[in-house]
Design a protein around this ligand. Sequence first.
Ligand code: MRU
Length: 378
Amino acid sequence: MADQYVQNPVGSEPSKLPVLRWDEPPEGPVLVLLDQTRLPAEEVELVCTDVPVLVRAIQTLAVRGAPLLGIAGAYGVALAALRGFDVDEAAELLETARPTAVNLGYGVRLAASAYRTAVERGADSEQAARAALAAAEELHRRDAEASRLMAGHGLALLDELLPGGGHRILTHCNTGALVSGGEGTAFAVALSAHRAGRLQRLWVDETRPLLQGSRLTAYEAARNGLPYTLLTDNAAGSLFAAGEVDAVLVGADRIAADGSVANKVGTYPLAVLAKYHHVPFVVVAPTTTIDLATPDGSTIEVEQRPGHEVTEVTSPQSAVAGAGSGGQTVAPLGTQAYNPAFDVTPPDLVTAIVTEEGVLSPVTVGGVAELCARSRQV
Ligand code: MRU
């Protein structure tokens, strides 16, 4: 089926974006996504009527960011179940849509397991599908709550690390309401600093090649009235050298058992710069992003994306459409490009990890395990 779109769904409340919602019109259940490939130029919703449309939305980054991928994956299982698709097949398609953000598999497995448990207990297919939907809704709610808690813990940490106030924070990629059931991860901390009158400036890396910083973080910063300045990724070094950065705040796609952090490519160089310039480098992520089954950074699978995202300046949507996507070519024909979507920052470069369970600093194997144990008790 062709993708279906709804125009202009974004209301005026700055921090509330209709990033993802479940709907049940008479034609059947749908998962409705704010299409992030169209931002900031157009605010358009994409209606997912089946799992293949959702998988494509994940791969084209119409829906993206680790926590939101988990939520979308969980709703995707419910969508498959209610629409009479094979749940195991749907779960496999969804879980493997992108490899790095561990939240995606977490959300998919959570909803699929709720479905299977219901079936084992004698539920009919409608009841089992409703159990998967309830699991997705619960994950959505829990992520919003995690976001609220991380914002509080993160602001307290900033105030402790930077007692003078007037924080100048550098961030990379997009970590706000567009990636979460709530106000986000790293961006939520910057937002709470702003609300408390303690954010002097948010430095926003543009985040080549798909420009999540300029298209999405700047969009969220502008909506929320934050004092922000956009820079090319290459300009970060000179900003540190000029003494203009008090702290780096980033999110994470996967945190390994040893505290290694996979996040948007370009994060690791920021951590190296921060270390050299004695600036705190803080990772903000819910505990659903921690994967104890991944022992260390070398075992994190880093998504490799097509070279034409680098050799052409284009939107993610047309980039993923494949060769001949209509982007502006910025390299000689036939140029090979290296295009990892993420990089891995070792734990010794991370000052602290902020989760909904509290702050881990220093980052140690034991500390990561303890955080997980605490969160998985509930
Ligand atoms: O490729 P994307 O846009 O999905 O990458 C997203 C990021 O790298 C974010 O920084 C990460 O998911 C953390 S947001 C909590």
